[in-house]
Design a protein around this ligand. Structure first.
Ligand code: HEC
Ligand code: HEC
Length: 409
């Protein structure tokens, strides 16, 4: 797809945003970051008599003092101290604000141009197109990301988010923005967008934590509160450390072609006998009790295992708030606060071969070893530092097996 095709596509999304937002009523009348009503509704369900919308609004006012407004975002440098820089604010400013060029001729509003139709202005995943796609567009405010090279509980690296924007997420509505990256004029945009995603995720997670401290611990919503400053610093620290949290991926063995996506058998000197042998080993690991892959992905890898569950974004406002996501009369109570119909986080069907986080052997290795955070997909036990689990050799056999479940004609 060339650049103008991308521009047309995003223009189409943008006009659907403007059109649809009137219909579904989720377009804010005045453009500002949307308070997190849904989280407030979940928190106050636990025996608090506070009005969720008032809680969300009050929290939002504090967050604005730290992170600024939609058109003029800022960084809480005075509160954090100079050494805690987790985002590049010049990039953030370029992505925020209305679409167009400023007096300095620099293009602004890059996020609004390309992303809001799905992710919403606030990064809450409530863009106009949200309910039309599955999985839903990501709500960045939880600070949880799926396709990364860091362990569960750690933040993605810049390179991880860059990869997502460059490649898109095949098998979902998340498009590839490769064409922008490859154009001269907009070459910076992807790097800038990475910073803005980090900014929205930090802003959103701080908002959630501050709100929880307010509702559960009764902490005053005062920007000088020591407890709240501590929460702010904790979130920022995790992002500041993300680059060094990435794990090292060992070289794939010669029998796996390291050329991304090239599954041809017969190259790298492998013959059919070796192929059959590797498939057998991979299959027995896949079907073993230790890995439990079958439990979710099913015996043949069709994604039809016995265990089917929801993701953490859904559990946050359902199970954790005492709501049964399967009962529509229950979850519909949360709809006015921005809840979308709960859908199961389906285990991948390997026969389709659409790897959401990239189909190179190294990416698949990462998914298996690190799990897919925010979803039921757990990290596999890896033999390391004396802990029992799969050796790297076995892990590659598993990767090989899974990759060859794709049905090709
Ligand atoms: C047409 C809808 C759509 C548009 C436009 C879109 N996204 Fe997404 N995006 C999605 C969906 C859907 C997901 C969730 C996929 C999943 O959960 O597997 C997603 C997920 C993501 C993720 C999470 C990746 C991870 O590892 O968890 C990031 C980051 C992201 N999008 C950034 C962006 C940015 C930045 C833009 C604009 C340049 C953008 N998206 C435009 C639909 C969209
Ligand atoms: C408890 C359920 C569960 C178990 C156990 C499980 N998975 Fe998954 N797996 C999932 C879910 C759910 C997804 C889809 C996550 C998403 O993208 O939202 C997934 C996705 C994947 C993907 C797709 C990655 C991508 O980029 O699209 C691979 C590969 C995978 N699993 C391999 C395995 C292997 C190998 C095992 C055993 C070691 C395993 N899984 C065990 C639930 C599970």
């Amino acid at each position: 797809m060339n650049r103008s095709a991308v521009a047309r596509l995003s223009a189409a999304w943008l006009s659907s945003f403007v059109g649809l937002s009137l219909l579904v009523g989720c377009g804010p009348s005045k453009l500002e970051y949307r308070p997190n009503d849904l989280h407030a509704a979940s928190l106050t369900r636990e025996g608090s008599d506070q009005d969720p919308r008032a809680v969300a609004k009050k929290t939002s006012a504090l967050i604005e003092q730290w992170f600024g407004t939609l058109d003029e975002p800022k960084w809480p440098a005075e509160t954090l101290g100079a050494d805690l820089e987790a985002v590049r604010m010049d990039s953030v400013s370029r992505c925020a604000g209305p679409v167009g060029r400023g007096v300095d001729k620099v293009e602004r509003g890059v996020f609004r141009k390309h992303c809001v139709s799905c992710h919403g202005l606030t990064g809450d995943g409530l863009g106009a197109a949200a309910m039309l796609v599955e999985p839903y567009p990501r709500d960045f405010r939880r600070g949880t990301f799926k396709f990364k090279s860091t362990p569960v509980g750690k933040k993605p690296t810049r390179q991880d988010i860059h990869r997502t924007l460059y490649e898109g997420i095949p098998g979902t509505a998340m498009p590839s923005f490769r064409a922008i990256d490859e154009s001269k004029e907009f070459a910076h945009d992807i790097d800038d967008l990475v910073e803005y995603v980090r900014f929205l995720a930090i802003r959103g997670e701080v908002e959630r934590r501050v709100m929880a401290a307010y509702v559960r611990e009764g902490v005053e919503l005062d920007p000088d509160s020591g407890r709240l400053k501590e929460l702010l610093a904790q979130v920022v620290q995790k992002w500041a450390a993300s680059e060094s949290d990435a794990i090292e991926i060992p070289e794939p063995p010669a029998y796996i072609s390291s050329a991304a996506g090239d599954l041809a058998i017969g190259i790298d000197g492998i013959d059919n006998g070796q192929h059959v042998e590797l498939m057998k080993k991979g299959q027995s690991l896949f079907e073993s009790e230790l890995t439990a892959c079958v439990k979710c992905h099913g015996k043949t890898g069709a994604g039809d295992g016995a265990s089917q569950d929801y993701d953490e974004w859904t559990k946050d406002w359902t199970i954790l708030a005492g709501i049964d996501p399967k009962q529509s009369k229950d979850w519909k109570e949360m709809k006015p606060f921005g809840a979308l119909k709960p859908v199961l986080a389906k285990p991948r069907n390997f026969h389709w071969g659409a790897y959401h986080g990239g189909k190179s052997p190294s990416e698949i290795f990462k998914r298996i070893v690190l799990g897919i955070e925010g979803t039921p997909m757990p990290p596999v036990a890896r033999a390391q530092n004396g802990n029992p689990g799969l050796s790297d050799e076995e892990l590659w056999e598993l990767v090989y097996y899974v990759m060859h479940l794709e049905e090709r004609s």
